[in-house]
Design a binder for this molecule. Structure first.
Ligand code: SF4
Length: 433
């Protein structure tokens, strides 16, 4: 487990009164750097907890004068179909927050409608519709561009969760991989908590269905010995030495992430990398070359994805990141492209800058490996038009690092990822939203 010193630990009554769930929390408590007396809470206590500052640490970490380890909050998912009613109750108490699901025990399985009706970024972001699954929200890594610090909520009733997840999996034969926690970094509390190992072993019982864990962790030694049956894929967000140390300060360093991937690979897991987000710091070309060399010397990923830093204005980027670490030319390119970039989520770096970054990474990868599939991640369609010939894939057939149809071996897709992804829960599976 990560060394950590949370200011408080909250434990929902449904966790504290259940022997096995409580045992996991007690192991976490026992591994903290300094003792913290856990606070048991009930749903009725939540409004007061929020008013007392429970969520005070949320918000972009690069903008805060001080970032502390997150408060830990342990809870259970409710599968009682009362989500709307309970969210309305919390709102009626004057609490409006994006963390409401986590606080009330909802949000286990989320339909991501990317590139389908209702997706506001449909023309602007190549990502695939699928079910995303969740156990945690929040993170220990303190990435300066991220807002998921302050509190780490962890749901612990994986036994109950797996019952409903099995139904979801059976209803969606087209979805072969399930990305866990796109708003957390799941290994941080393991192996003490035990939830992630339990989920890995659940996937190990399935036929041709895979769990995907996307992470920046150094913490994988505990994965050895789990009955994963080859059905868990670990995807590292990888960055060069400067970015990993100066901007992602509590995540694994470049070297630690690659070593963690090597350990997982030796334990039989499929491993992948995403250079994401690529922040063009001073010396980014050399650092990309170094990182690519190291990853191929140590590991054998089955796919590598590329994605520049994006989804915010240049002013917001300058608020969050240490500007002195950025490559001056890249920063000038972003500052000079504000008008051109205002209509795309791919801001702030203009397309010629992003393309140069992708071409450089691709060339470095090809120096070491002629065959590994390389794809773009969450880029826009215009960038795919520029890069398709070089990558050898288009936006609908590339193997993606995190699914939902890219199984180990990362084959080219033969189905249509936008059209063949059909939601089939029909309101009958508890825990969906
Ligand atoms: S690892 Fe991911 S979730 Fe954690 S702080 Fe960094 S960006 Fe946020």
């Amino acid at each position: 487990m990560y060394p950590m010193e949370p200011d408080a630990v909250y434990v929902h009554e449904t966790v504290w009164r259940h022997g096995r769930y409580r045992a996991g929390v007690e192991r976490v408590l026992g591994a903290l750097e300094r003792p913290v007396a856990p606070i048991e809470f009930r749903d009725d206590d939540i409004p007061e907890m929020v008013r007392g500052g429970l969520l005070r640490g949320r918000g972009a970490m690069g903008c805060r004068r001080e970032v502390r380890d997150p408060i830990l909050l342990f809870n259970t998912f409710r599968f009682d179909r009362r989500r709307a009613e309970r969210l309305a109750w919390l709102k009626g108490q004057g609490i409006e927050t994006g963390d409401a699901d986590m606080l009330l025990g909802y949000g286990a399985f989320r339909w991501a409608n990317y590139n389908q009706d209702g997706d506001p970024n449909r023309q602007d972001k190549v990502c695939r519709p699928c079910w995303r699954i969740h156990l945690q929200k929040g993170c220990l890594h303190r990435c300066m561009y991220c807002g998921l610090g302050g509190i780490l909520g962890a749901m612990v009733n994986v036994d109950e969760y797996a019952v409903h997840l099995r139904t979801l999996v059976e209803r969606h034969p087209w979805q072969l991989t399930y990305l866990l926690d796109d708003d957390a970094d799941p290994p941080g509390l393991e192996p003490e908590l035990g939830s992630l190992g339990e989920l890995i072993e659940f996937f190990g019982t399935l036929e041709n269905r895979y769990l995907i864990i996307h992470t920046k962790t150094w913490n994988t030694a505990w994965l050895e010995g789990l009955r994963h049956n080859g059905n868990t894929i670990l995807v590292w967000s990888l960055s060069g030495p400067t970015q990993s140390r100066a901007i992602e300060p509590r995540a694994g360093t470049t070297e630690q992430r690659i070593e963690a991937a090597r350990i997982a690979q030796e334990a039989g897991y499929t491993i992948r990398y995403k250079f994401k987000p690529i922040i063009p710091v001073r010396g980014w070309r050399e650092e990309a070359a170094e990182t690519v060399e190291l990853l191929f010397r140590r590991t054998r990923p089955d796919v590598i994805s590329l994605c520049c830093f994006m989804w915010m204005s240049v002013d917001e980027m300058k608020r969050r990141l240490p500007v002195e670490t950025l490559d001056p030319d890249a920063l000038a390119a972003a500052e000079g492209a504000v008008d051109r970039m205002k209509d795309t989520r791919a801001m702030p770096f203009p397309p010629e800058m992003r393309q140069a970054i992708y071409e450089h990474h691709l060339a470095e990868i090809r120096r070491w490996n002629a065959d590994v599939p390389v794809s773009l991640s969450t880029e826009n369609f215009a960038m795919w038009r520029e890069m398709s010939a070089r990558l050898g894939y288009g936006p609908t057939d590339y193997p993606c690092g995190c699914g939902p149809m890219t199984v180990p071996g990362a084959p080219r897709l033969t189905c249509h990822p936008f059209r063949d992804a059909v939601r089939n829960d029909r309101g009958e599976i508890p825990g969906v939203w």
